[in-house]
Ligand binder design. Sequence first.
Ligand SMILES: N[C@@H](CCC(=O)N[C@@H](CS)C(=O)NCC(=O)O)C(=O)O
Length: 228
Amino acid sequence: MIRFYFSGAPNPTKVALFLEEAGLPYEAIPIDTRKGEQHTPEFLAINPNAKLPVVVDGEAIVFDSSAILFYLAEKTGKFLPAKTDKARGELFSWMFFVSSGVGPYFGQSVHFRVYAPEKIPYALNRYAFEAQRHAGILDTRLADHKYMLGDTYTIVDMNVWGWTRLIPMVIGEGAWDKFKNLKRLVDEISARPAAQRAVALKDKHKFKTEMDDEARRAMFRHMSEKVA
Ligand SMILES: N[C@@H](CCC(=O)N[C@@H](CS)C(=O)NCC(=O)O)C(=O)O
């Protein structure tokens, strides 16, 4: 059975969505990043990047949410577009757009808005601007596409949903007013029973909620190591 290492954060949740949508049997293994469980030798052996999610499927170890979505989609043949050059070009482009753009900029925007000890106007604006710019590109795409790749719900939509469902926390309250097409997609996916099970997965385990010194040491290691 697939072992799914997860936390309640956005990147694991999009993989939970796939597992639930595909009806794949899996064992969910919680890793509490606020307690530093991502830095144990056992966990580093499956993900040297010390982050969630990871999937272990027999001999296959896959980390990074987009890689996992590709892996599971190819394994099951589900949630992929038609096997045409055009559709595959769009699939790769949008998957990498999410993993190299949406994920990092959304994550850093939350970091500087919510967690950074100093509120640095330049960083706040830089990351909020980039998060909004990426959301705007998705919104424009969805103005004339039901799903990211057309008429079919695919892993790109799951990938988009992972972070964009948190847009008010990433960019600020009221941000949804600017991205109505994206909101339509996010709302549609969030209403799916599989998405509700994916979001509820974190509630089956008692993850630490406090962002205290232990959590900061585990998740924001730059705070205790000056390199620049
Ligand atoms: N590119 C990776 C990013 C993974 C990532 O940043 N995961 C976060 C949760 S969304 C995490 O595990 N954070 C714990 C930490 O940074 O210590 C992916 O898409 O899976």
